[in-house]
Design a protein around this ligand. Structure first.
Ligand SMILES: [Zn+2]
Ligand SMILES: [Zn+2]
Length: 273
């Protein structure tokens, strides 16, 4: 008899000091973003029970440092293909040097295109364009063993194409970056506040709450709130905002199934299937 195989998502790090998540099936795994050092990535993978030898690819969402800081070393060490759009790759190369001081290169580079799915082992990846101030930023859904997981952070708002892609997700990791009041009254210079709040900045608790309340289909068995600002948000404020927005809309949720991704340690592995 065919048995559903589990799919596991492990958030190794999330936030403006580094982002990295592992998606894995029984046979393969991929790393989404490489925003913490190679050493720390491998250390956190082992701590979470993920075998680095199972990694088949690294998939990059965009070239901001908190998503690529460990990329060059990880690519050299793991010798696996890096999936990255051409524009993101060139933008990354322009500001990254190799150990000899020349523009960095990736040995095994696969260029993907937003809107076109590709496969890594038994995982189908669908990248889609998100509104963010980078060269060619993308969110992703991952399908394996009949399970769909969405992963989207670093976006100023939720345009229709993103909402469309997030339909029918069994698991969802989504940005809940800042509380608007905390951001307005917080320590950032005005220019930075403007950038974060803009249409190509980061998603606020309120914007996410609006989506949860009015358009989200309530399908996911787990929700991970991600890329929380350390200065302009508080985990309990973000959780409360999401919980309230979901309240009454679906009975799938108890506060236990809303999780908060952390910056400095991996989140417990979340398994579906
Ligand atoms: Zn980021
Ligand atoms: Zn970014």
């Amino acid at each position: 008899m065919l048995q559903a195989m589990p799919v596991t998502m492990t958030v190794l790090a999330s936030g403006s000091r580094g982002n990295c998540t592992v998606l894995s099936t029984d046979t393969a795994s991929v790393l989404v973003d490489a925003g913490i050092s190679c050493r720390e990535t491998l250390k956190r993978m082992r701590a979470a029970g993920e075998d680095p030898a199972k990694l088949k690819a690294i998939i990059i969402s965009h070239e901001h440092n908190d998503h690529v800081a460990g990329l060059q070393v990880l690519a050299r060490k793991l010798q696996i293909p890096i999936y990255i759009t051409e524009a993101t790759y060139h933008s990354w190369r322009r500001c990254t040097k190799d150990p000899e001081g020349k523009p960095a290169r990736l040995e095994r580079c696969e260029h993907f295109h937003p809107g076109r799915s590709f496969s890594v082992a038994d995982i189908t990846v669908t990248p889609f364009t998100i509104p963010h101030d980078a060269a060619d930023p993308c969110g992703f859904t991952f399908k394996a063993c009949g399970i769909k997981i969405g992963l989207v952070t670093d976006l100023g708002y939720l345009p229709p194409n993103v909402k469309e892609n997030l339909r029918n997700c069994d698991g969802l990791m989504i940005e809940s970056n800042h509380d608007l009041e905390m951001l307005r009254n917080g320590p950032y210079p005005w220019m930075v506040k403007q950038r974060v709040m803009s249409r190509v900045g980061h998603l606020s608790n309120a914007a996410l709450g609006d989506f949860f309340e009015n358009e989200y289909d309530g399908q996911a068995a787990f929700l991970v709130l991600a890329h929380l600002s350390e200065h302009n948000n508080h985990p309990e404020i973000a959780r409360e905002s999401a919980f309230k927005a979901l309240g009454g809309k679906t009975n799938l949720f108890q506060s236990a199934s809303i999780m908060l991704a952390e910056q400095d340690k991996p989140l417990q592995p979340l398994t579906l299937g």
